[in-house]
Design a protein around this ligand. Sequence first.
Ligand code: SER
Length: 446
Amino acid sequence: MKIMIKMTASEIRQEFLDFFKSKAHEIVPSAPIVVKNDPTLMFTNAGMNQFKDYFLGNKKSPYPRVADTQKCLRVSGKHNDLEEVGVDTYHHTMFEMLGNWSFGDYFKKEAIAWSWELLTEVYKIDKERLYVTIFEGDSREGLPKDQEAYDEWKKFISEDRILPGNKKDNFWEMGDTGPCGPCTEIHVDCRDEHERNSVDGRTLVNADHPQVIEIWNNVFIQFNRKKDGSLEQLPAKHVDTGMGFERLVRVLQGKTSNYDTDVFSGTIAATEKITGKKYDASIGDDKQAIAFRVIADHIRAISFTDGQLPSNTGAGYVIRRILRRAVRYYYSYLDYKQPLLHQLVPEIALQFKYVFPELYQQAEFVNRVVREEEESFLRTLDKGLKRIEDLVGDNKAASTVNISGRDVFELYDTYGFPVDLTRLIATENNLVIDEAGFEAEMKKQK
Ligand code: SER
């Protein structure tokens, strides 16, 4: 790949902010990851969440243009990537979203031109590796093709690289309700020359190819999705963009995995040192390699929760689930039987000291809470795993639902196994769990 400016992750982040500052954007801090004042949302899942009221016209922004890096978590609700995390090399629970926003100020022309300028002139990504998608329209919603975005892109990129996309990929919505609009995505083809010559990159866009990935989404917010499902035109038109920071770093550092960049390498090295095991990045679906990635990912989600304690309900339970998932990975696949995650907190706090200083300030507290959580789950994990082993043995011959709702409930109630952890272990053993049966048991208990 021709991109050869070896910037560090910190430099890449700073370039983004400096670029938009030079285009008259105010640089603002990330909002907390746990959302306190929006009943439709538990965690910040996109950079635009904190600006929702500006889009809806309920409040006026003090600045017409802003940019930031936002801590996001996609583990529940409309945007949920948990199952892919660690298994692949480019989805995360917690990630940074670099974004620029216009509140009723500039629109498609500037947003598209600046995305192109930043990627190709500042970051110097090879133009031949870029593809863009635009909304093709949707007759059922009465929405036309985004011709304006198409025409703007035509100024920079050949038309055979502007691909139409459907409502699923090219109409972005915050949740079941809220601000939304057509979007244009930028994808980059990181495959080697040989592969690029044999298969046309156009055919791999939005096809889950690990080396042909979306890096930036530019949303043109024009509507509010209402509770009854209808779209209401907003009083003004806005821009909401989001670029996956970890993916961008990977592209610019010429890596094939986000985990091979300096965003994660410190955590992986620390985990190697603690466990005495080696991370082999080349073994994609090896359980030990997955465990390293899961830990490197999950510890960030656990650490950046702005004081939210793990608990049995709501946001606290999501944190607990992520933490327990990570514990099970190091316990089973790195053969490490003591609390591990909390030992990584100082490393992460230091790494992000100047980006998200709140973690650095609370590092000791976070360290203690995480250690206590780990200790508590480690007290029942082994017995729970043995119980699952028995269940697997008993069910090997069965053909449909193999782990009953009652057993899933017992694992949850007695051994502290969140249902998604039991589901994960069941899947690893080619079994399925009775989800409805578990829900019924839960109801009974309540
Ligand atoms: N809201 C859009 C997204 O999350 C762009 O920021 O992809």
